[in-house]
Design a protein around this ligand. Structure first.
Ligand code: NAD
Length: 421
């Protein structure tokens, strides 16, 4: 990346830049930085899927494993038309840092298939999933790399992944994937885990910023797994007022506050949050620029950039999505005094409960919902406190602090293991 201007729209370049910057700050050797900015293993697969009308279409998918120093790799699988190898690389790298920030014994991975699930039938998505998993099955497994849900994949997708992998081995192997339905080895609390973790760190951030969460206003971009559960939990458990939400079709706002459950039902019925009674339609840009206490990007990457960061009117940004803020935007937000709780901390509740699910699968012993919630609370609070402490002592933003903590832990693991042979 040296001497070349960073492409703001390329998440991998962004991830490399963030890693290089913190690597230098930590005084890591250039050799180590080079190692840490390159995924250890990348697999591209091209495979056929029979469509409902009898035709066969080729699909392309990826699985990238960024770093194995601290344990098997872990990371979601995304189905989206814009999936690219560089996007998957960035997401895999962020997973490494996320697991390290949380102190859970995993490295980072990510997968994706270039497809538009909205235009496919359930049968086509199932056949595509089963073939994709078969293609990558030589590099995944409970001790190697454990996938999970991400954009446009859900517990049903995870059930097919578990079944396909198990059928090919001849016995049930629940620990190969997390985010499964409860009936086949899923963990209680996994569906809302990312958003519950998000709420826990928002609570900590509000404490240090002296913000009363009861009645605080919240705007959320994206109303999928992360966005909708965040809206529900912040409304029900923290007393916040949800003033704007959006999805891929556009957004809605209401200064009196939206009822998250009604919005969810409306989206289920009509396919979008827009055109809801009692709310006004707004654009994606309007949503990000909404005056609010907490802004939660919970859709895709690169949405808060140099060109719109100045227009943001929130006190706290909690990154539900991975990579929603570019490094240029980070600087602008820091100067404006807006606290950004970075993705690798803010949305780590998902991978943390995935880790709980994996542990339960390996032991064939399941925890109660209260156990899941209280362990998650403890880990999220501890991670926030550690990151916040570094930010204060080093006078850096929370993202830099989280990267410093994560990279130090990964670098130490690599140092201890040495460079084989
Ligand atoms: P999802 O598929 O359940 O939901 C995605 C949502 O984003 C949908 O509501 C969709 O309509 C909306 N969306 C898509 N394009 C948009 C656009 N251009 N503008 C506004 N909204 C748009 O996905 P998810 O699991 O909720 O993931 C959302 C983000 O959170 C991703 O960045 C993902 O990597 C991250 N994340 C997810 C988890 C998890 O446990 N699911 C964990 C950590 C991080």
């Amino acid at each position: 990346m040296k001497g070349k201007k960073m492409d703001q729209n390329n998440p991998y370049e962004m991830a490399v830049k963030q890693t290089e910057n913190v690597g230098k700050l930590l005084g890591l050797d250039q050799e180590l930085i080079d190692f840490l900015t390159k995924p250890q293993r990348e697999l591209t697969v091209n495979f056929p899927v029979r469509l409902d009308d009898g035709r066969v279409r080729m699909f392309t998918g990826f699985r990238v494993q960024h770093n194995f120093a601290r344990g098997p790799c872990k990371g979601g699988i995304r189905y989206h038309p814009n999936v690219s190898l560089d996007e998957v690389r960035a997401l895999a790298m962020w997973m490494t840092w996320k697991c390290a920030v949380m102190g859970i014994p995993f490295g980072g991975a990510k997968g994706g298939v270039i497809c538009n699930p909205k235009e496919m039938s359930q049968g086509e998505i199932e056949r595509m999933t089963r073939r994709y998993v078969t293609e990558i099955s030589m590099i995944i497994g409970p001790q190697k790399d454990i996938p999970a849900p991400d954009v446009y994949t859900d517990s049903q997708t995870m059930a097919w992944i578990m079944d396909t992998y198990s059928m090919n081995r001849g016995y049930m192997i629940p620990g190969v994937v997390t985010g499964k339905p409860l009936e086949i080895g899923g963990s209680k609390g996994r569906d809302e885990a990312t958003s519950r973790g998000l709420m826990y760190v928002i609570r900590e951030a509000a404490k240090v910023k002296n913000i009363e969460l009861k009645g605080a206003t919240v705007a959320i971009q994206g109303y999928g797994n992360v966005g909708w559960h965040a809206a529900r939990l912040l409304h029900q458990e923290a007393g916040c007022k949800i003033v704007a939400v959006s999805d891929s079709k556009g957004g809605i706002t209401s200064r009196n506050g939206l009822d998250p459950i009604k919005v969810y039902e409306h989206k289920q019925k009509t396919g979008s949050v827009q055109n809801m009674e009692g709310a006004d339609n707004i654009t994606q840009e309007d949503l990000l620029e909404t005056e609010c206490t907490i802004l939660i990007p919970a859709a895709l990457e690169n949405v808060i950039r140099k060109d719109n960061a100045n227009k943001i009117r929130a006190e706290i940004i909690a990154e539900g999505a991975n990579g929603p803020t570019t490094p240029e935007a980070d600087r602008i937000l820091f100067d404006k005094g807006i606290m950004v709780i970075p993705d690798i901390l803010a949305n780590a509740g998902g991978v943390t409960v995935s880790y709980f699910e994996w542990v339960q699968n390996l032991q064939f012993y399941f925890w109660s919902l209260d156990e899941v919630k209280s362990r998650l609370l403890q880990m999220m609070t501890e991670a926030f406190e550690t990151v916040y402490g570094i930010a204060r002592s080093q006078n850096v933003d929370l993202r830099t602090a989280a990267y410093m903590l994560a990279m130090k832990r990964v670098a130490r693991a690599m140092e201890l293991r040495g460079f084989y042979p």
